[in-house]
Design a protein around this ligand. Structure first.
Ligand code: GAP
Length: 513
């Protein structure tokens, strides 16, 4: 099946099984805004727990905070967001549609890459085992021609973006003959800068309301609390502050479901270090974060680093952790060495001294910062994409199963009485009463047992137990494993120990040590 179709299926599965709904669905939705349903919220909370505990429980020198979404407007002046948090936009005069100029050009670069990949795939099919990809890529004339076009465009685009040369961005779009996908024409306006922050007002307009912003990242809430936390927590450098919370960006190109949203959630950790040690810490956090992703068991080839060539003026290193989504490798997390830019800017704009006094050297300095920043929603999407499977069964039927890591699954155990009578529901409820304090259990009695298994497979429940007539005599139940569909007879008393270890976050966290 084409990856595009797989992705469409995942999106509709998310809606059908209570994971993600369009916001304000009964009003036909609101662009790039989504709600999490009864299963989605559990999965999302488990992802957040996994991140939070890996940061705050496993590191003695990392603490958490929860700062407000609204912040003093000067924060965003100091951070550079008021002046520079922009996207270059272009409009097509015929369709009246607005696009990000950089995205139009990146899509064009991707088209050259796709052409090359197609040539390679064709040749692989033709030559079979004898195919030497490296040699083919370096000699085939069509590949070389497209590679040369791709590289030239990439270079021109990088130069234009580095210089923020808007006229050049437009010229690239014209020279590459990029057409509007809706109107098909190349009737473009000039490229303009567009600030991504949402504005609102605090106070009544009558007595002088002032403009404030919905935060576009959670990081600044950490920077402005650096002194508070360092002093009250008696924190010694190196130390980190972690936070999970909502962020808002007026994204113009809202595509790919929850990949790019206008309201989303971030999990960010700012790690304050001694100047001069930041690149060592950057390397260490790069490895730590990749290990966190890989511990989920989706396979090492699902991830890659993308080291930034173009660095923000305040950064001295940056990388993305990219995940293989059905629409290609995409950024899920950013790791940035932000120097002392943010703390110095806040010191300048607030007039406060924001430093660290090192008791060992009797020196004061402004700490440097390594940031790890991951989107909860992108993480959620990557987990859904990798877990969704359509399995052909021996009887010819297709089973849709979410092979979620057990610790992230919304429901850990489904408790199913075989029939709705003869005391079986009562016995099932009794088991539920014992286990519900330990993990999320769901009781279900409607429909045949087969249909109930399928429903649990579709939401990723790792275990089901069936309570039957024999249970009343021998106090045993049938335990079914989601992935193997194997069924074993086990005593009710052993359920807690059998299941808890497999579904708890602890086993996942232990892999990180
Ligand atoms: N404080 C640094 C920062 O915000 P970023 O690369 O702009 O860096 C970090 O964002 C992460 O936040 C991204 O890797 C992505 O996972 C997530 N993210 C950013 N914009 C997003 C959007 N519009 N929708 C969903 N997630 C987004």
């Amino acid at each position: 099946m084409a990856q595009e179709d797989v992705f469409k299926k995942i999106v509709s599965h998310c809606k059908e099984y209570g994971f993600v709904f369009p916001s304000s669905d009964i009003y036909d939705g609101l662009g790039a805004v989504y709600d999490y349903g009864q299963n989605g919220v559990e999965l999302k909370n488990n992802i957040k727990q996994y991140w939070w505990q890996s940061m705050v429980l496993l590191h003695e020198n990392i603490v958490g905070i929860d700062s407000a979404i609204f912040m003093h407007p000067t924060v965003w002046k100091a951070s550079g967001h008021v002046d520079a948090f922009n996207d270059p936009l272009i409009d097509n005069r015929d369709s009246k549609k607005r696009y990000r100029a950089d995205v139009l050009i990146e899509d064009q670069i991707a088209k050259y890459e796709e052409k090359i990949d197609k040539e390679v795939a064709k040749a692989r099919k033709r030559f079979g085992d004898k195919f030497d990809e490296e040699q083919f890529r370096s000699t085939n004339p069509r590949v070389l021609e497209n590679q040369q076009k791709r590289d030239a465009l990439h270079q021109r685009y990088s130069d234009a973006m580095n210089a923020m040369d808007l006229a050049e961005l437009k010229q690239i779009i014209l020279d590459e003959e990029i057409a509007c996908p809706i109107s098909g024409t190349r009737n473009w306006t000039d490229v303009r800068q567009f600030n991504l922050m949402f504005k609102t007002e605090v106070g009544s307009t009558a007595d002088g309301a002032s403009t404030i912003y919905l935060r576009p990242e959670t990081a600044q809430g950490i920077f402005v609390n650096y002194l508070n936390v360092q002093k009250t927590g008696r924190m010694k450098v190196p130390f980190g502050i972690a936070q999970i919370g909502k962020a808002f960006r007026n994204e113009i190109v809202a595509r790919q479901f929850i990949f790019r949203m206008r309201e989303f959630e971030q999990m960010e950790m700012q790690f304050f270090v001694k100047p001069g040690t930041e690149l060592e810490w950057f390397k260490s956090w790069k490895e730590t974060r990749l290990k966190w992703h890989k511990a989920l068991g989706f396979g090492d080839d699902s991830y890659r680093y993308h080291d930034h060539e173009k660095l923000a003026h305040y950064a001295n290193a940056a990388t993305d952790i990219e995940f293989k989504m059905p629409f290609g490798f995409k950024e899920v997390e950013g790791i940035h060495s932000r120097t002392n830019f943010d703390l110095s800017q806040h010191a300048k704009f607030s007039g406060r001294k924001i430093e660290y006094f090192d008791p060992e050297t009797n020196e004061s300095y402004t700490p440097f910062v390594i940031e790890t920043s991951i989107g909860v929603d992108r993480m959620f999407l990557s987990v859904m994409c990798k877990s969704y499977e359509e399995e052909k069964l021996e009887n010819g039927e297709t089973r849709v199963v979410l092979k979620l890591p057990a610790a992230l699954a919304p429901v850990k155990l489904a408790i199913l009485p075989l029939v709705k009578k003869d005391g079986l529901p009562e016995k099932a409820h009794e088991i539920m009463q014992q286990l519900k304090f330990h993990f999320n259990c769901k009781y279900e009695e409607k429909d045949s047992i087969g249909k109930r298994y399928r429903r649990q497979d579709a939401i990723g429940t790792p275990f089901c137990i069936t309570v039957d007539h024999d249970t009343l005599k021998d106090n045993c139940v049938t335990l079914r494993d989601r992935d193997t569909m194997e069924q074993t007879r086990v005593p009710i008393d052993s359920l807690l120990s059998l299941i808890e270890e497999k579904v708890s976050l602890i086993s996942l966290l232990k892999k990180l040590q």
